[in-house]
Design a protein around this ligand. Structure first.
Ligand code: NAP
Length: 519
């Protein structure tokens, strides 16, 4: 049976002895292997990354670091078909959903590679303009950002084993920090294969990229004040990591991307059957079911004006009815199973809790047989739509993230003021979508409640022709959200490099200061 390996100190490490976490194909429940990091020397791993990888990266210009990212992107793309198959088998995602992860990984690495090229020969990041600090320009000041002299530890969730690794690594490496990446155990076969391809392509200096498959063990005890942790996963794990005594004692930054009760609003100005209406129906149905709803950006709360409720439910249920749940290997299937038995249990528990305050209006809310899968096998749950009994939805609707193809429709009065208030009840989201053709409505919403979400996706007839849907985390726009969503920030073009660099103020002669920043 396959034992998933870690890559540390330029060597592949397979745990001996203990079996660790068992991996299964979520469509057939057939065993695929084991994951364990037992025996991995975390201290040595950190030292190697810091001393070899960090030192090598800091010698390179942004353009050269960008070339490393392009090399990583090409290495992943070169085994694209193999990775898509592996993703279908080990994550249960359809081929289309697998592309979202695998092509997202190579695309994001390439995007940051191109940004590096644009930055040219610079070694440090500019931060505003220089300014006169004394009576004349003899005494000059300027801010800049230099790479942190440590290692970036990246801990990722199970739902994006390729993109999750790549989007974090791209920013860290371009900023000049080596990376230790740790995927979630349940889907780490895909990440392991990505790293193998990168190692085989021999595109990175020693120590720039390391992989832990299995538990992090005592890794956090070996980090110091120059290191950084970036985490994606549940709020509970985030709290545990944030509270680690060594991370707190050394003020080690911890960036968190966590749960999110993303909302979609239909504004009162939108007519049934209009282009904006159809856009919302199409996109929200996709955001509920893509990757079987196992997306941090999936829409969990759908708000519809009371007077449009019947027409919307009719159109939306018709759209959801096009989803065929089953094995990713069956051509008629467009939604796969949940990723693990634990996920299945957690989603069924979540459905039961939502049932306390909402009624199922589409789907059964139960485990089902998958099309093309053996009866009674696989972690399948068909799309399930609830409707909140109370207008606006009661507390559980705004608080419980059911990480599956499950969403709750809530009626409201259709006004921007009420919508902003309802959005805020999610206590901070990654993305909120608004479907409206009224700029006045949208602006009022944003002025009232703009601080409750990291990103606003503004669907309208004017952008419909190029609309990608709210779930796509584009490398040029920020990904992250306040409060419950973790309070972190990733992507957003060069803003992503902030986490991996230290802002410093330089005060001295104009020549010394300016030639450091722009040699
Ligand atoms: P999770 O159980 O919190 O696990 C996330 C990661 O943390 C995994 O790699 C896990 O490793 C690791 N981990 C668990 N305990 C740890 C500890 N004590 N110290 C260090 N690492 C630890 O979350 P998940 O089930 O993988 O992902 C689902 C959640 O992630 C959902 O709540 C979803 O909303 C959130 N998510 C958020 C975003 C975002 O960008 N905001 C994106 C995707 C997912 P093991 O697997 O080995 O336990």
């Amino acid at each position: 049976m396959k034992v998933v390996r870690s890559f540390a100190g330029e060597k592949w490490h397979a745990a001996e002895g203990g079996k660790g976490v068992e991996l299964r194909d979520p469509s057939t429940e057939a065993p695929l292997g084991h994951v364990s990091a037992d025996g991995l020397d975390m201290d040595h791993l950190v030292q190697h990354a810091r001393n070899q990888g960090g030192a090598a990266l800091r010698e390179l210009s942004h353009e050269s670091r960008g070339q490393l990212l392009v090399g990583m992107s090409k290495a992943i793309h070169s085994i694209r078909d193999e990775l898509l198959d592996l993703s279908m088998k080990s994550c249960g995602t359809t081929r289309k959903d697998s592309k979202f992860d695998i092509d997202g990984a190579s695309g994001t690495l390439y995007h940051y590679g191109a940004l590096g090229k644009e930055m040219g020969s610079s070694l440090v990041l500019e931060d505003g303009e220089g300014e006169q600090l004394g009576r004349s320009s003899v005494f000059w000041g300027r801010h800049t950002r230099v790479p942190r002299n440590g290692v970036a530890v990246h801990i990722n969730a199970f739902n994006f084993p390729a993109w999750g690794f790549a989007e974090k690594a791209a920013a860290a490496i371009l900023a000049g920090m080596p990376v230790i990446t740790k995927p979630a155990s349940s889907t780490c076969l895909v990440t392991e294969r990505c790293i193998e391809a990168i190692v085989e392509a021999d595109v990175l200096p020693d120590g720039v990229l390391s992989l832990i498959c299995g538990s992090v063990g005592d890794l956090f005890d070996h980090l110091n004040e120059q290191d950084v942790v970036a985490f994606t996963g549940s709020a509970d794990t985030a709290l545990r990591i944030r509270s680690h005594s060594n991370l707190l004692a050394k003020s080690i930054p911890v960036n968190v991307e966590a749960d999110s009760l993303n909302a979609a609003f239909l504004a009162e100005d939108v007519e049934p059957g209009s282009e904006t209406w159809n856009l919302m129906v199409r996109e929200v149905a996709r955001e509920v079911t893509q990757k079987s709803g196992q997306k941090c950006t999936a829409v969990r709360r759908i708000f519809v004006p009371k007077n449009l409720r019947d027409a919307f439910v009719e159109a939306f249920v018709e759209e959801l009815s096009n989803r065929v749940t089953g094995s990713p290997y069956d051509d008629s299937v467009n939604m796969g199973p949940l990723a693990t038995a634990d996920q299945l249990e957690s989603v069924l528990q979540g459905i039961a809790r939502l049932g306390e305050v909402a009624d199922v209006i589409h789907g059964s809310g139960e485990r089902c047989n998958g099309v093309g899968a053996a009866e009674g096998q696989g972690y399948f749950v068909a799309p399930t739509l609830f409707e909140a009994r109370e207008d606006g939805g009661s507390e559980i609707v705004h608080d419980l993230e059911v990480f599956g193809p499950v969403s709750t429709l809530c009626r409201y009065d259709g006004s921007s003021a009420t919508a902003a208030c309802l959005n805020s009840r999610g206590a901070g989201t990654l993305v909120t979508s608004i479907y409206s053709d009224s700029d006045e409505w949208v602006h009022d919403f944003l002025r009232r409640g703009g601080s409750y979400s990291g990103r606003f996706y503004l669907g309208s007839e004017r952008m419909a022709a190029q609309a990608p849907g709210s779930g796509l985390a584009l490398p040029s726009s920020l990904h992250g959200g306040p409060g419950r969503a973790g309070g972190g920030e990733e992507l957003g073009g060069l803003r992503a490099l902030d986490l991996y660099s230290q802002r410093i103020a330089l005060q001295g002669s104009k020549r010394t200061v300016e030639t450091f920043v722009r040699p």
